[in-house]
Design a binder for this molecule. Structure first.
Ligand code: GLC
Length: 615
């Protein structure tokens, strides 16, 4: 046996018991399991030597991605560089930003006008022709690796486009292809499911099933009608989809984003979300990567209420996702900006502080999706805040309807019945930069920039990997052009998916423009973060009382060092009390900190001010 196959067989032997147990529990099908193992072996054999060497290196330091030096950015290839080669040409820009982890939004073949921003995949092995080819993607990955940048790509596993070859065959009557989806002759079963199934897009795509006129069948479509849910109770679906996942890993991806994971198992009488079988499937995918490509990480997109998210990490012994979006903290941050009360955020931080270190969060302020108000309403209830009125307050605040609010967002899926509207907009527009520029109000502009920076500084302080939304580093505002595009106007998420403003980016060194101020401050903070070990992801992070409900106080402890962070979420001067010590101000080394002899020292923070103190 060659050394190459030895490695595979060893990894397989280490994991096969659990893998088989999980697979058999779901399918009880020996033949399908054998097929599965052969599929893993084939993918391993096809993996390039360079990638296999990286796998080995990463396996030697399993926490290689926990260091505090990771800074990510997510972007749309077409908006940023035109196509994949365009992005490759722009790689030096990421270096300037300090980015070493790049998430490219969906770029696989997807029908125009029926793409859901690329999340309706027609071919998992073909790049959208206007963006380039698989070879271009591999070349980009190699160029990223040369520069020390990790590449992340989406894997849309809950559904395919209705133009995927399986969907086309199913439509044409092929029973094998139909068994890969949820096909019905009449509404009897769909109607039973609908009794307990919530809707994902109540306004833009109501219902969970679509009637297909041409073949007279009904198909399950939890998202848009052109996104057909895959039936994972058919082992062929798991086999072929895992094959697709490993195919993408073999193109040189370092991180695979598992899109909309909680939805992949359906069961009558349930809400078809977060079912136990979903966890078995994710664990099988994790084991598949550990065997074939252990250097590849799985990033789970679990946009659910807090208690449903953490289980997707699995346990330290049996991990499922390596990284998860910190969605609850993200929306709690925006809630805090609107309420100027850090209570819930503090509570949230303390809850997370007890998690083991295998739970690595991807922290972010904005992404390509809306902000759903998935807050801890039990906690807010103690302070008299009911779910529906509070959501309304937040939406009013962030759409600028609330008196005094400088925010300019737009609602998303605003349903009269559900009263559960979500919110869209860029960080800069939500922080008030758009309104201040429009009104030519210098003071308001300075405050809005301050809020934008403070939120970013807080995101950089959290445990995990911070990820910027492309354009936020130069303060890109909402893009209202989508209102004129019939393919986009129904989906307000396009308000924050505009073309990258290279004209603004070109001003990043002029020292006076908004773009320049934000760019310089953000890259400066990023550098401070990278050069101080206390920002390691495995640090212990916990909150403390600053004596002012508008100011968040946290400490980070790592390797004998302590970082004390304070963040003023209000537009007023605030007096805080912080532990007296010989603090070094990392944010402004020349600024004085005058320590008192008492156990705490009074410290004033300017509107939206923040500090990182180190000892
Ligand atoms: C994820 C994506 C979202 C998409 C959905 C359906 O939630 O982030 O943009 O609409 O999946 O694939």
């Amino acid at each position: 046996m060659s050394k190459k196959t030895d490695i595979f067989e060893k990894r397989l032997a280490e994991n096969i018991d659990e893998l088989k147990w999980l697979f058999m529990e779901l399918y009880d099908d020996e033949e399908a399991f054998e097929y599965f193992i052969d599929m893993l072996r084939r993918n391993y054999m096809e993996r390039k030597d360079s990638l296999r060497n990286t796998d080995i290196k990463r396996s030697e330091t399993p926490d290689w991605y926990h260091k505090g030096d990771m800074l990510g950015m997510m972007l749309y290839t077409e908006c940023f560089g035109g196509d994949l080669n365009g992005v490759k040409e722009k790689l030096p820009y990421f270096k300037e930003c300090g980015i070493n982890y790049l998430h490219l939004m969906p770029l696989l073949d997807s029908p125009e006008g029926k793409s859901d921003g690329g999340y309706a995949v027609a071919d998992f092995r073909k790049v959208r022709p206007d963006l380039g080819t698989m070879e271009d993607l591999e070349a980009l990955s190699a160029a990223c690796h040369r520069r020390g940048i990790l590449l992340c790509l989406d894997f849309v596993l809950n559904h395919t486009s209705d133009e995927h070859e399986w969907a086309k065959a199913a439509r044409a009557g092929d029973p094998v292809a139909q068994s890969k989806y949820f096909f019905y002759d009449d509404w009897t079963i769909p109607d039973q499911f609908q009794k307990t199934l919530p809707e994902v897009f109540p306004e833009t795509a109501p219902g969970n099933y679509t009637y297909l006129d041409d073949c007279g069948k009904i198909v399950m479509t939890s998202f848009y009608p052109f996104q057909w849910d895959l039936n994972y109770s058919n082992p062929m679906v798991l086999n072929d989809m895992t094959d697709n996942l490993l195919y993408l890993a073999n193109r040189g991806m370092d991180v695979i984003r598992l899109d909309a994971v909680p939805y992949i198992w359906k069961k009558l009488g349930t809400n078809c979300r977060n079912l136990p079988e979903v966890h078995s499937l994710v664990r099988i995918m994790n084991l598949s990567c550990r065997i074939v490509c252990p250097g590849v990480l799985l990033l789970g997109e679990v946009v659910m209420e807090p208690k449903e998210v953490v289980p997707y990490f699995g346990s330290p012994e049996r991990p499922e996702c390596d990284i998860l979006y910190n969605v609850t903290t993200m929306c709690t941050i925006w809630h805090t900006l609107a309420t100027r009360d850090v209570g819930l955020l503090r509570h949230q931080i303390d809850l997370l502080s007890g998690l083991p270190n295998n739970c690595l969060w991807q922290n972010y302020l904005r992404c390509h999706d809306d902000i759903g108000w998935g807050l801890d309403y039990n906690y807010l209830g103690w302070f008299g805040m009911g779910e529906a009125p509070h959501k309304k307050y937040l939406n009013d605040w962030f759409t600028g309807k609330w008196p005094g609010s400088p925010s300019r967002g737009e609602l998303y899926n605003d349903s009269e019945i559900l009263r559960d509207a979500r919110l869209c907009g860029t960080t800069a527009s939500l922080c008030g930069i758009e309104a201040a520029l429009w009104e030519g109000d210098e003071e308001a502009l300075a405050r809005a920039i301050g809020a934008d920076l403070m939120l970013h500084a807080w995101m950089l302080t959290l445990k995990g990997i911070p990820v910027l939304y492309s354009g936020d580093e130069i303060g890109m505002l909402n893009d209202y052009d989508y209102h004129n595009d019939p393919k986009k106007w129904a989906d307000s998420r396009y308000i924050h998916r505009g073309n990258f403003r290279w004209d603004l980016a070109e001003k990043r060194n002029d020292g006076t423009s908004v773009a320049s101020i934000l760019f310089h401050e953000l890259t400066r903070l990023g550098k401070i973060r990278k050069s101080n070990e206390v920002f390691h992801s495995d640090a212990y992070l916990y909150g403390f009382n600053t004596g002012d409900s508008r100011v968040l106080g946290v400490k980070r402890e790592y390797n004998g060092q302590t970082l004390l962070g304070i963040f003023n979420f209000s537009n007023e001067y605030c007096r805080t009390e912080i532990e007296s010590a010989d603090w070094q101000d990392l944010t402004e080394p020349d600024r004085q900190y005058i320590r008192s002899d008492a156990p705490t020292t009074e410290y004033w923070l300017e509107p939206f001010g923040f500090r990182w103190f180190l000892k």
